[in-house]
Ligand binder design. Structure first.
Ligand SMILES: Cc1cc2nc3c(=O)[nH]c(=O)nc-3n(C[C@H](O)[C@H](O)[C@H](O)COP(=O)(O)O)c2cc1C
Length: 185
């Protein structure tokens, strides 16, 4: 699978069947994340790969109700960072961009491996950080839910979630966010 194909294949699916997670997969995904570019090569990203059943169960308590589907993920990757561990130029902090790029690398590599990697923001940050031992001064930016996709529609899926399983949510047209030579929005 080439990069374009991974980009076209990737979807934020919510219906998973269990998949075996091992140290090789963790090393593979973490290794890909670590090759992402970052400002001054500061590499601000930190990850906890959660796949032990007791640790997963504890983390599930932090999920928002709308994200109960994530309890079927075999692996949840917590991505977190500290603002001051990356470039902080006047009015411009780069840690979110850099962690986002590393997360994108994880998502694309997981896609290439035939997995779904679905990043979410819907969780209680305090509870999730407590469950994972992440210090207060770090920002838990996202939880990436990894599993094997199935077409089964869970009885608790909302209408939107059913739609999301059946097709990609619509995107803006290129002209709405792309400009040539000068911004004219
Ligand atoms: C930062 C971020 C936060 C998200 N939070 C949630 C979430 O809490 N729950 C959820 O079901 N999906 C979440 N999503 C997934 C988006 O809803 C999804 O990517 C979007 O609808 C586009 O669908 P697609 O990725 O399948 O193309 C999130 C995605 C991102 C990047």
């Amino acid at each position: 699978m080439d990069v374009k194909e991974a980009i076209m294949t990737r979807r934020a699916y919510r219906s998973f069947v269990p998949v075996t997670i091992n140290g090789d997969l963790v090393d593979d995904l973490a290794g890909c994340a670590g090759l992402a570019p970052s400002c001054n090569n500061f590499q601000p990203w930190r990850f906890v790969f959660v796949y032990g059943p007791p640790a997963l169960e504890k983390l599930h308590e932090a999920l928002s109700e709308g994200n109960r589907w994530a309890k079927d993920a075999s692996l949840i990757i917590a991505a977190f960072a500290r603002r001051q561990d990356d470039c902080t130029l006047p009015g411009r902090d780069y840690f979110l961009l850099d962690v986002g790029m590393a997360v994108a690398f994880i998502i694309l590599r997981a896609t290439e491996l035939g997995l779904v990697a679905h990043s979410i923001a819907g969780y209680d940050e305090k509870k999730a950080k407590q469950a994972l031992g992440i210090p207060d001064d770090m920002l838990l930016i996202t939880l990436i839910n990894v599993g094997k996709h199935t077409t089964e529609l869970k009885p608790y899926f909302s209408e939107n979630q059913i739609k999301g399983e059946q097709g990609r949510p619509p995107r803006k047209s290129i002209g709405e966010y792309t400009f040539i030579d000068r911004y004219t929005g």
